[in-house]
Design a protein around this ligand. Structure first.
Ligand code: SF4
Ligand code: SF4
Length: 406
């Protein structure tokens, strides 16, 4: 099967601005087919962690809402609460952060925010999927209750999945707290004592309070754990200077929620996981969750990817680094696999921006996500998604032309 993915770049003229072009794109791709009069339509976005500004701009989301309203459907903005104790881990904080980031009722065409998994991330529906890893998956109840689902994803790098797009926006992003824990359950990071300099960066940023710093025997290193590329900031470098290098970090596996934050924060690449065994299972579970999200949305789901501000890490981080490649455009499709495949292909066709953290695989045609996270086989998301029937990796790109006066 070859799926159609519609594409529009960010070029605009006085005849048509970018929001107008987005609306033309999604209407051409068939968003109107999946919503009917009085449908309660969930628009699943990521509102952005406080301090991160790479999330999708509210005026773009506004246009998607406008298109949904054309068929007299009733849209609401949604996301599920996070596992970690950031600014979106319960509904009041989540909504407050969303409003601070520009998604206010008044500025979003009177569209409410309804957090998918309730006040504390416990409102969920167990959906039977009967797959290799999961018999049932735990999805935010409002996602399942909605009549239609429009996923709007920001495509970027991700420290555990390599890249994140539609499939991750759905599988991880719609899961309840229990569902997120279930997906992360086999991610058990360990500290290489020999190279740990006791800076405390991992412990400072651990949302599970799972890391302690103690005097330890440096010979207990697990040498089978391979290092990955780490983005070390100047601030982190300074932090490591002048400190006593005697304490070592230890992770309490019972408290660890498998978020991967410590891996990213460590300036010496001392926190690692068994990448070869852990990541494929994590990615496959995430795809099984995506299957659960879409189970009751046959012909009632639609997918949009924004390929802009392509930061190296997730929007859940309270910061975003410079993009790895230029802004490319917007994609829309009814196939969640094809749209992600097209997104990574478009990104990999680009040259890396010289001011980004990407220092490997920088040329057009080279794998940018492998360059960022050499130990992560991001492709497994797409392979497995296709295997379990979520969609097709084969696609045809339909270009939406820029309107000019000529
Ligand atoms: S993965 Fe690391 S940062 Fe996340 S909860 Fe576990 S120990 Fe803490
Ligand atoms: S961030 Fe890395 S070097 Fe610093 S204490 Fe944690 S494991 Fe050790």
């Amino acid at each position: 099967m070859i799926s159609t993915v519609y594409f529009a770049d960010f070029k605009a003229t006085s005849r048509e601005n970018v929001p107008d072009k987005i609306q033309r794109l999604i209407e051409a791709a068939g968003i109107m087919d999946i919503v009917s009069k009085d449908d309660l339509a969930a628009v699943k976005i990521h509102f952005g962690e406080r301090g991160n500004v790479a999330f999708i701009r509210p005026p773009y989301i506004s246009r998607i809402i406008k298109a949904v309203r054309k068929n007299k459907a009733i849209p609401f903005l949604t996301d599920a609460n996070t596992l970690y104790a950031g600014t979106r881990s319960d509904s009041p904080s989540h909504i407050k952060t969303a409003i601070e980031n520009g998604f206010a009722y008044s500025s979003m065409d009177s569209t409410p925010i309804i957090i998918a998994d309730g006040l504390r991330g416990k409102s969920e529906v167990a959906v039977e999927v009967n797959q290799k890893h999961c018999k049932e998956v735990y999805i935010g109840s409002e996602i399942i209750s909605a009549d239609a689902l429009i996923s709007v994803a920001h495509v970027k790098g991700h420290e555990l999945s390599g890249f994140g797009g539609t499939l991750k926006n759905l599988g991880m992003g719609c899961a309840s707290r229990k569902g997120k824990l279930d997906q992360h359950s086999n991610v058990s990071p360990k500290v290489k004592k020999k190279t740990c300099i006791g800076c405390g960066s991992c412990a400072d940023h651990c949302p599970g309070n799972a890391i302690s710093l103690d005097f330890a025997d440096s010979s207990s290193e697990d040498s089978s754990l391979a290092p990955i590329l780490i983005h070390q900031t100047d601030q982190e470098s300074k932090k490591t200077e002048g400190k006593k290098r005697v304490k070592k970090a230890t992770i309490n596996q019972k408290l660890c929620i498998g978020c991967g934050e410590c891996i990213l924060r460590c300036p010496t690449a001392s926190v690692n996981i068994q990448w070869n065994q852990t990541i494929p299972v994590f990615l496959e579970k995430m795809m099984e969750y995506t299957l659960g999200v879409l189970k009751n949305k046959k012909d009632k789901s639609f997918f949009i990817n924004f390929i802009m501000d392509i930061s190296p890490a997730c929007d859940c981080m309270p910061y975003n680094d410079t993009p790895i490649v230029r802004d490319i455009g917007i994609l829309a499709s009814k196939d969640p696999v094809a749209i992600d495949q097209a997104s990574v292909d478009l990104i990999n066709a680009e040259a890396a921006l010289t001011n980004s953290c990407l220092k490997k695989n920088t040329l057009p045609g080279e794998d940018k996500f492998k360059g960022l996270y050499p130990e992560v086989n991001w492709e497994r998301q797409l392979e497995y998604a296709e295997e379990i029937g979520l969609g097709s990796r084969k696609y045809h790109l339909e270009n939406i032309k820029t309107l000019t006066w000529g």
